[in-house]
Ligand binder design. Structure first.
Ligand code: PGA
Length: 258
């Protein structure tokens, strides 16, 4: 199997003003300079920040391999879409990546797989790395239909994307019941689901694509559990909410992952 790089991305959600963002980067840059030698050189990392903070994040990129991600993108290039932002606008302020279809956007903004597919295609066209989120609810986990849910989300999100383009996508498997709840899926549960996602990708594309695509786990990842989760063979990184808000905790996620 081809070796896949780890990709650890913080998702700040609706947190931090520009002033707070600057404070974070002052602290994070110092810590990064001190701890850089402890970070595996093949590890990629990044932060998905509120759009008003993208400029600051881009100006404070501590490494070339740092992703500066937006948290959403509109599927159209421009037009009468009040409040939305296009991929070219995000790129213009320094973003190189975008989170698409987070469960909070699926729930509160009624985003469905078809829309997520259009947004993913748009991001790919504009050379923003899409981090596409999938994951089942607690009810679906308890009803033991999580595989069907993931299969439907994968098919819906990745239709009309070819074998080359799909490899630019990062998939984030985030069980909704583990997000912000402090309830992490066990490392074995996370591995089982990420392995299943890889299998579905193989069915939709091919074995080579399945072996190469990056699949992150997300949901209550913190310095205390990051190593156990990222040691699993099918988990290639993490999408981290709460534990990415403090520079001290975020740097630990980058240094403690082995
Ligand atoms: P959490 O959030 O780490 O706070 O559970 C993860 C996410 O929603 O991406």
């Amino acid at each position: 199997m081809t070796k896949r790089n780890l990709v650890i991305v913080g998702n700040w959600k609706m947190n931090k003003t520009p002033t707070e963002t600057k404070q974070f980067f002052t602290e994070f840059t110092k810590l990064y300079e001190k701890e850089a030698s402890k970070i595996d050189p093949t590890t990629w990392f990044g932060l998905a920040v509120p759009a008003i903070n993208l400029v600051i994040a881009a100006e404070n990129k501590v490494a070339k391999k740092m992703l500066v991600a937006a948290q959403d993108v509109h599927q159209e290039a421009s037009g009468a879409f009040t409040g939305d932002l296009s991929a070219s606008m995000l790129k213009a302020v320094g973003a190189n990546s975008v989170v698409i279809g987070h469960s909070e956007r699926r729930a509160y903004h009624h985003e469905d797989d078809a829309l997520i597919n259009l947004k993913t295609q748009k991001a790919l066209k504009e050379h923003l790395i899409p981090i596409v989120c999938i994951g089942e609810s607690l009810k679906e986990r308890e009803q033991n239909i999580w595989k069907d849910v993931l299969q439907k989300q994968i098919k819906g999100a990745f239709t009309n994307i070819n074998n080359t383009e799909i490899l630019k996508v990062i998939i984030a498997y985030e069980p909704i019941w583990a997000i912000g709840t402090g309830k992490t899926a066990s490392a074995d549960q996370a591995q089982e689901a990420c392995q299943y996602v890889r299998l579905e990708i193989e069915k939709l594309f091919n074995k080579q694509v399945a072996n190469q695509i990056i699949i992150q786990y997300g949901g209550s990842v913190k310095p205390e559990n990051v190593a156990e989760i990222l040691n699993k063979p099918d988990i290639d990184g993490a999408l981290v909410g709460g534990a990415s808000l403090e520079a001290n905790s975020f740097i630990k996620l980058l240094t403690l992952n082995k």
